[in-house]
Design a protein around this ligand. Structure first.
Ligand code: ZN
Length: 236
């Protein structure tokens, strides 16, 4: 296989499509979040207050709500049992802030009730990290080798990358479920008015799309690796 093959690799367009999808989803969540960050909730409660209230309503008393830096960096840490809310959420009383805070509480509730996809996702983290770090080096070494060793390394690389793809796919039910719990609790508790819940739904739907884009992009990359691997096998 001549070297220029790598530089003019047409399968690279699959990677570019993935990048484009992710950029669009990210731009969308940023604009929807910014729009509803300017809409103050009528209750006037902050993201922090909303989170603490939802946690208590679910009988969770051992999770600390903490202020973390960044924009849309909000997350629940199951190891430390902390619920990190970012600058635009922690002290903000916007409907977007309350929606994001409620979503992160959804993850804390998943953890406390032993929601299976969350456990599976947690178990996949080290495998996915290892897989995404080592798959490309293995495939590149495999492409430079000949015979059985080459096929073995390429197939192993593809298998490891598959672990990373699986992680992205398992993330989807975890994220959809957390948002579902958020909307339900904000609706049933009366913490937000129905029109405010409608705004929260838009914010969380836009956020969910970034995870769908991430999974789609990972699948496209896997497809590319399979094409490269298959082409190599055919050439031999
Ligand atoms: Zn989430």
């Amino acid at each position: 296989m001549p070297m220029f093959y790598y530089y003019f690799d047409p399968t690279y367009s699959l990677v570019l499509i993935g990048v484009l999808i992710c950029l669009l989803a990210s731009a969308r969540v940023n604009s929807v979040f910014a729009r509803y960050s300017r809409v103050r909730s009528r209750s006037g409660m902050t993201g922090k207050e909303a989170a603490e209230r939802i946690l208590r309503m679910n009988g969770i008393y051992d999770v600390r709500v903490v202020h973390i830096p960044g924009n849309l960096t909000d997350h629940y840490n199951p190891g430390k049992k902390t619920l990190g809310l970012s600058d635009t959420v922690y002290n903000s009383s916007s409907v977007a802030a309350i929606g994001v805070a409620a979503h992160e509480c959804g993850h804390a509730v998943q953890h406390s009730v032993g929601y299976a996809p969350l456990s599976i996702r947690g178990a996949l983290v080290p495998v996915a990290n290892f897989g995404s770090a080592i798959s490309w080096p293995l495939i590149l070494i495999g492409l430079l080798m000949n015979g059985e060793m080459s096929a073995l390394l390429i197939n192993l690389g593809i298998l490891l990358f598959f672990a990373a793809v699986l992680f992205q796919i398992v993330t989807l039910p975890v994220e959809f479920n957390a948002s579902g719990r958020a909307v339900k609790v904000l609706e049933s508790s009366g913490m937000l008015y129905p029109d405010e819940v409608g705004a929260v739904k838009k914010v969380l739907r836009a956020a969910a799309l970034t995870y769908v884009a991430g999974a789609a992009s990972a699948i496209l990359q896997l497809l590319r690796l399979m094409i490269i691997g298959g082409r190599r096998n055919n050439n031999e």
